[in-house]
Design a protein around this ligand. Sequence first.
Ligand code: GN1
Ligand code: MG
Length: 363
Amino acid sequence: MQSTNELSQIVNQFAIQGQVLDIKPLGNGLINDTLLVHTDGPEDYVLQRINNAIFQDVELLQHNIDCATAHIRKKLAGDPDIERKVLRFLPCKATGKSYWTDGNSYWRVSVFIQGAHTLEAVNPESSYCAGKSFGQFEAMLADIPDQLGEPIPDFHNMELRARQLHEAVSANPVGRLAEPEVQAILADLLPFEEQMCKAERLYREGRLPKRICHCDTKVNNMLFDENGAVLCVIDLDTLMPSFVFSDFGDFLRTGANTVAEDCPDIDKVDFRMDIFEAFAKGYLEGAGSFLTPIEVENLPYAACLFPYMQAVRFFADYINGDTYYKIQYPDHNLVRTRNQVALFHAALEKTPQMQAIIARVTG
Ligand code: GN1
Ligand code: MG
């Protein structure tokens, strides 16, 4: 990482107010580098280096974010707390674009939202609020006039993720297939592959629409206010046309897990039905009006799909030698995989209960 001086010069490429006082790390994302920029002016800022090995089309990525934040801003016009409810990215002084590149890395700056905090775990009340906010977020973007693209093509396409796992297995680049546990996890995951690719089949049959979704609704990608209500959805990099299952399933993957996604003690992993119920209620209230019966009926499937897809992604990365996710120790991706496999089984077992809840909430 660059020195504070260098980072400060980067921040100054953008139309900030005041002088930079200090810059320190913020949050724990697995992809981008995020820093908090403290200034002597009225606003502090978030500086991010966009991981452009993963997000190769930064122009498209920022186009999506610019269109979505502008559209949401229009819908929230008149709201006295608007500045805390939608992100504001600063233009680069030289180009007017919402990012700057030094030729190597890509950077962007947004206004830091004051008085907000992220959560790593939720309770039923905050899950209800989160559900409602994500539902409303999708509803606000349902009529966006701009054409948004896929910054990571087929990001939540389970068929692609399954194929990538098969490719990792065939390539076996670092020899990890020799580990008995890797074989055991593979044998555990493969029988569910076809079942989990249901969304793509429904889409091909013309029975499932794509809508603008956030696609990374894990709990720590939303800001809560002092009273526990969701203020703002952050981390908009993966905003793109997808199935609503993305936002529903990925929240529960982190929110309903009794432990963190990398907790090594898998006996402690369980899928919390109180969180499912609260989130589903909020989500259906927030989004309700535009969801089709097929979408609603498959929400329990979405709750199983996301732990499964994440298990497949962490596992493929482990087999590939940890090239995608940041890791803190050598078998971190394997630990994450075990955890997500356990969560998948817990969710799958509870599918009948989930169906009953959805029927009750919509009934
Ligand atoms: C990544 O960047 P971060 O940590 O919010 C990943 C998500 C995964 C998540 C798992 C672009 O999100 O898809 O669900 O890690 N984002 C990308 O923790 O791959
Ligand atoms: Mg994040």
